[in-house]
Design a protein around this ligand. Structure first.
Ligand SMILES: [Zn+2]
Length: 204
């Protein structure tokens, strides 16, 4: 791609770094922004600056939050005896959209993947075990993708969770089209949480 301006090239390079954005799409987005008013573009860049500077992770569940502890963790309407363990914030959003789940969450921040150099200590696994120490939690639902990394993580967690007096369940594993929870439709995902099964039955 030949650029008539170094600034244009620089902006296209930056947009092109985003996942799923090729050079052509990056150029289209940059040219679109150039046509917008200064105030529109300022609002856009300001929201990204603020996002990175001010966003926090809930001190309890590690979901993305504006506060020290997120709204789900502080809500008295939620069932704090049930924790649903997920890979990232997108999964929390997908499950919340089903309106079928009243418990709380724990966001791991990824899945165990030796190929990518991600081990248990890179994830919020120790923090999950800490949450169980007061004995209030009765059930852990492992809602992780039906991929090799998801299975590895589930097996690792299951072995660690054996030390605690909690029921460990998994959501129906056949449901994750393409392995990604966020792509499953709300009705299917909601049903799979409602009909979750004890993990032992899956490995038996
Ligand atoms: Zn939280």
């Amino acid at each position: 791609m030949h650029f008539s301006s170094r600034l244009l090239e620089q902006a296209v390079d930056e947009f092109g770094r985003l996942p799923g954005i090729g050079k052509k799409t990056a150029l289209r987005l940059v040219l679109h922004l150039l046509k917008q008013s200064n105030s529109d573009v300022s609002r856009f860049t300001h929201s990204i600056d603020q996002l990175k500077e001010q966003i926090r992770y809930c001190a309890t569940c590690f979901n993305i939050s504006d506060q020290e502890v997120c709204e789900i963790c502080t809500s008295v309407k939620r069932d704090h005896e049930t924790i649903c363990v997920v890979e990232d914030t997108r999964d929390v959003m997908a499950i919340e959209n089903t309106n079928q789940y009243q418990g709380v969450y724990h966001v791991l921040g990824g899945l165990i993947s030796p190929m990518d150099g991600v081990g248990p200590s890179d994830l919020k696994i120790d923090a999950l075990m800490e949450r169980l120490k007061n004995g209030e939690v009765r059930e852990i639902i492992l809602a992780l993708s039906a991929t090799m990394e998801g299975d590895t993580t589930i097996f690792y967690l299951y072995r660690k969770l054996k030390d605690f007096d909690v029921q460990v369940s998994t959501i129906a594993r056949g449901i994750a089209f393409g392995g990604e929870l966020e792509y499953v439709d709300e009705i299917t995902l909601g049903r799979s949480i409602a009909t979750r099964v004890p993990y032992e039955r899956n490995i038996g």
